[in-house]
Design a protein around this ligand. Structure first.
Ligand code: NAD
Ligand code: ZN
Length: 353
C-alpha cells in the first residue's frame, strides 16, 4: 500500500491500494473512531460500490449510517443540492461530531466537501474517489465547490478531508472516455513535475501501473499544495494546459470532457513555446504521441483568436494579463506572466508553426 501524508493546516493521509474499499471501515476507524458517519454518493456509483462500503463500515462497528444518492452528472454540483443535503443531514440528526463520506467522482467530492465545510459551520469529511480524475486530482488539495448558472466552481471553500482512500479497482467500471479524462490530468502532472511519471504513462500499460501512477500524481499535487494551500502562487503550476483548456471547454459549450480540453490546451501551449524557440521540438512530439496513445484530442475547430478572447474574459485572468504555465523540459515547469498582447503574439506563433 502507498500512504502519502499531506501536510496542510491539519495533516491527512491518502491511502492507495487495490481493494481498499473493502477495508474502508477499518481504515476510517483509525482516524474517526466513535464517530457517526453519513455517505453521499451518486446514482451510477451507488449500485456499484455503496453496498461494499456500508458492509465494511458495519463490520468495523459503525451503525445507523444514512446514505444519500444524488443524480449522476455535473449539474448535481449546485447550491440547490447543497441546500437539499443540509436538510437531509439535519433530518438524519447529523451533528458536529459526525463525519461525511464522499463516495464518487469529482462531482460528489466537490459537493460533499462544500456541504461538509458549511453545514454546522464545518464538519469533517472523508474522500473515497472512484474516478481516475478524482483519485489523481480533485480528492486531494482541499478545494470544494458548487456551480452557478453563470459558471463552474464559482462558489466554494478550502476544506481539507480527514482521510482519502483510493481504490484503483473501482476504476474498472469507468467508461473509457471518463478514464481518459483522468489520464489527461496525470499527463499534466508528469509534464509539470515528474518526468518518470510521464515516461510510465507513455511506455507502459496504465492498467498494470495504476497504484504507481495515482501515487505519483498525488505526490505532485501534494508538493504544490503544501507550499500553497490557498492557491496564491506555486499551486498555479497545476493549471498547465488549463488556461487554454478552459477556453476550449467554454467554446465547446461544455459538450467536450474536461480532460480532452486540457489535452488540447497543453498541446497549444507546448506548440507555442516550441515556435518561440523556448522549448525543444521533441517535447511536442512526445506530447502528441502520448495523446494519441490515450485517444485524447490535440486540436479543436476553434481558431486561436476566439480562444484568446475567451481567455481574456476568464475569471482567472487578472486585469494585467495572463500567468501562463510553461515548461523548461518535461517534468520542469514555471510560471510566466504575459500581458494580453504578449500572450496573443505567443499563441499566434504556435498557430503558424
Ligand atoms: N476540487 C478540485 O480540486 C477539482 C479538481 C479537478 C476537477 N474537479 C471537479 O471534478 C468534477 C469532475 O470529476 P469527474 O470527472 O470525476 O466527474 P463525475 O464525478 O461526474 O464522474 C464522471 C462520471 O463517472 C461516473 N462514475 C464515477 N465513478 C465511477 C465508477 N467507479 N464506475 C463507473 N462510473 C463511475 C459518475 O457517476 C459520472 O457519471 C468537476 O466538477 C470538476 O470541477 C475538482
Ligand atoms: Zn483539470
Amino acid at each position: 500500500m502507498n500512504c502519502i501524508r499531506v501536510n496542510t493546516g491539519i495533516p491527512y493521509d491518502v491511502l492507495i491500494r487495490r481493494g481498499i474499499l473493502r477495508d474502508a471501515g477499518a481504515e476510517i476507524k483509525k482516524v474517526k473512531p466513535n464517530t457517526r458517519l453519513a455517505v453521499i454518493t451518486d446514482s451510477n456509483v451507488s449500485p456499484l460500490y455503496l453496498h461494499t462500503l456500508l458492509n465494511s463500515l458495519e463490520q468495523a462497528g459503525y451503525r445507523d449510517i444514512p446514505s444519500f444518492t444524488m443524480p449522476a452528472g455535473e449539474s448535481t454540483k449546485s447550491l440547490e443540492n447543497a441546500g437539499l443535503l443540509y436538510q437531509l443531514l439535519s433530518q438524519a440528526k447529523i451533528s458536529r461530531d459526525c463525519c461525511l463520506i464522499a463516495l464518487g467522482g469529482g462531482v460528489i467530492g466537490d459537493l460533499t466537501g462544500f456541504v461538509a465545510s458549511t453545514y454546522l459551520r464545518g464538519i469533517p469529511f472523508i474522500q473515497i474517489p472512484t474516478t481516475l480524475l478524482a483519485q489523481v486530482d480533485s480528492s486531494v488539495g482541499g478545494k470544494t465547490a458548487v456551480n452557478l448558472p453563470t459558471g463552474k466552481n464559482l462558489v466554494g471553500t478550502f476544506w481539507q478531508p480527514s482521510l482519502v482512500l483510493c481504490d484503483p479497482d473501482t476504476l474498472s467500471t469507468l467508461p473509457e472516455d471518463v478514464f481518459a479524462d483522468g489520464v489527461a490530468e496525470a499527463i499534466k502532472c508528469g509534464m509539470i513535475k515528474d518526468a518518470v511519471l510521464f515516461d510510465l504513462l507513455a511506455h507502459q500499460d496504465p492498467q498494470t501501473h495504476l497504484e504507481e501512477i495515482i501515487s505519483r500524481c498525488i505526490c505532485v499535487k501534494r508538493d504544490v499544495v503544501e507550499k500553497d494551500e490557498h492557491d496564491t502562487g506555486d499551486r498555479m503550476l497545476l493549471n498547465f494546459g488549463h488556461t487554454m483548456g478552459h477556453a476550449v471547454e467554454n467554446w465547446m459549450q461544455y459538450q467536450q470532457r474536461h480532460g480532452q480540453c486540457v489535452a488540447v490546451g497543453m498541446v497549444m501551449m507546448v506548440r507555442a513555446q516550441v515556435a518561440a524557440g523556448m522549448l525543444a521540438p521533441t517535447v511536442l512530439e512526445k506530447l502528441l504521441q502520448i495523446c494519441q496513445k490515450y485517444c485524447l484530442p490535440v486540436s479543436c475547430s476553434a481558431c486561436w483568436e476566439d480562444l484568446f478572447e475567451i481567455c481574456r474574459q476568464d475569471k482567472k485572468s487578472t486585469t494585467k494579463g495572463i500567468r501562463a504555465i510553461l515548461l523548461h523540459s518535461i517534468g520542469d515547469s514555471y510560471i510566466q506572466p504575459f500581458s494580453f498582447e504578449e500572450f496573443k503574439t505567443f499563441l499566434r506563433g504556435g498557430d503558424q508553426q
